[in-house]
Design a protein around this ligand. Structure first.
Ligand code: NAD
Length: 360
């Protein structure tokens, strides 16, 4: 089993190191190879996704990704910006299905900005389509400049589009995931205003006929945004397009207290996957040793479950994370009264120790 390790920028290197440390505790034959991506790759090779990195990613069974980006690259031409690496990997590897579980760990109920009774026991899964929608529509309205600004232009535009096969395949992913959970899918759209999403709704409804055991309902995105903070537990699986999923999954992330807790997986049709925390490179705290590595460690667990067929090892990591939270250890982003403050490395060490204990 070969894993491409792409730490990236900012806190990416710090949190991926902790996830690798935890993986090494497992008695699995994992071959790892590390490569540059994002701003770090731009500095070394002049491109955020060099051919060598892409080749490594293609050959690997799974990719463990940290985060990319830094404000210092904001003035670069858009194709050279660090964030293009992640779009490039999604496109080249056909990673169309993004899984973002939002689980509220019992010990972190108080870290949420919502009332404890609203989020205690929260366990929802947002499935975001990743390779279509307005982020990939053609043509894109970058007409007069490459630096992201439009001197002399009076308008800019992007086009929203989805094809039937694109909607069908993400709908199948959602219904199949729901079958392993509480058998409910909420498809989020904006069918009242956008033709693309009336089409989305129609196609999802067609696919639902193949899953009579799964309940489907439809919800407009503005209502979904509201319901996520009003009564998040009423959802099971949410499936939506690229842009709505981008926004709703960050909203759902905050329900659980910290974006530093949430893993994600992006899969292609062969179950090859890219696993990364839901957050970015956090340049504001990079290098300080205070980033929360748990989202990345939990992403490594998802990698074992989805791409490497090691569900027991995944369970062990998740149990180790719960044990460490139960011990009261907290990085600054999830700290609360009476907890034990730790940094990135100490948190990784604690999870590795809890895992070792669980295995022996
Ligand atoms: P961000 O997620 O990096 O940070 C948002 C806030 O959350 C910051 O205050 C940060 O300190 C905090 N935070 C994030 N992760 C944390 C962690 N593990 N532990 C503790 N605190 C954490 O989002 P941003 O500030 O909007 O973006 C920063 C850079 O990251 C930008 O260049 C952006 O483009 C990039 N980005 C990359 C990805 C990716 O690589 N997939 C995703 C989102 C943003």
């Amino acid at each position: 089993m070969k894993i491409a390790i792409l730490p990236g920028d900012g806190i990416g290197t710090e949190i991926v190191a902790e996830a690798v440390k935890v993986l090494q505790v497992l008695d699995l034959k994992l071959e790892t190879e590390t490569a540059l991506v994002g701003g770090a790759a731009y500095e070394a090779h002049g491109h955020p996704l060099p051919d060598s990195t892409l080749q490594l990613a293609r050959q690997a069974d799974a990719i463990l990704f940290g985060a990319v980006g830094d404000w210092k690259y904001d003035k670069l031409d858009r194709p050279l910006r660090p964030e293009q690496a992640i779009l490039g990997l999604r496109k080249h590897l056909g990673l169309f299905a993004n899984f973002r579980p939002a689980i509220c760990h019992e010990q972190l109920v108080d870290a949420s900005s919502l009332k404890p009774e609203l989020i205690a026991g929260l366990d929802i899964l947002i499935i975001r389509e990743l390779t279509g929608d307005i982020y990939f529509g053609q043509p894109r309205g970058r007409r007069t400049a490459t630096d992201g600004h439009f001197p002399g232009s009076e308008e800019a535009f992007d086009t929203m589009r989805y094809s039937r096969p694109e909607v069908e395949r993400i709908a199948h992913v959602a219904f199949q995931a729901a079958r392993k959970r509480n058998k409910r899918v909420t498809s989020v759209d904006k069918a009242n205003v956008l033709e693309t999403f009336q089409f989305w709704k129609d196609v999802v409804t067609d696919v639902a006929r193949e899953y009579p055991d799964v309940a489907l309902d439809h919800m407009y995105v503005d209502n979904a945004a509201m319901q996520l903070v009003r009564a998040p537990k009423k959802f099971d699986v949410i499936v939506t397009g690229n842009m709505f999923g981008d926004i709703l999954s960050d909203e759902a992330a905050m329900l659980t207290g910290s974006i530093g807790m949430l893993p994600s997986a992006s899969l292609n049709a062969r179950n090859q996957g890219l696993y990364e925390p839901s957050h970015g490179s956090a340049p504001d705290i990079a290098g300080k040793g205070i980033a929360n590595p748990l989202a990345t460690i939990l992403s490594a667990a998802m990698m074992l479950r989805f791409s490497l067929n090691q569900p027991e090892a995944a369970d062990h990591i998740e149990t180790a994370v719960r044990a460490v939270l139960a011990q009261g250890l907290r990085t600054a982003d999830i700290a609360g009264p009476g907890t034990i403050p730790v940094g990135t490395v100490a948190m990784g060490d604690a999870v590795a120790a809890a895992l070792r204990q669980a295995l022996h």
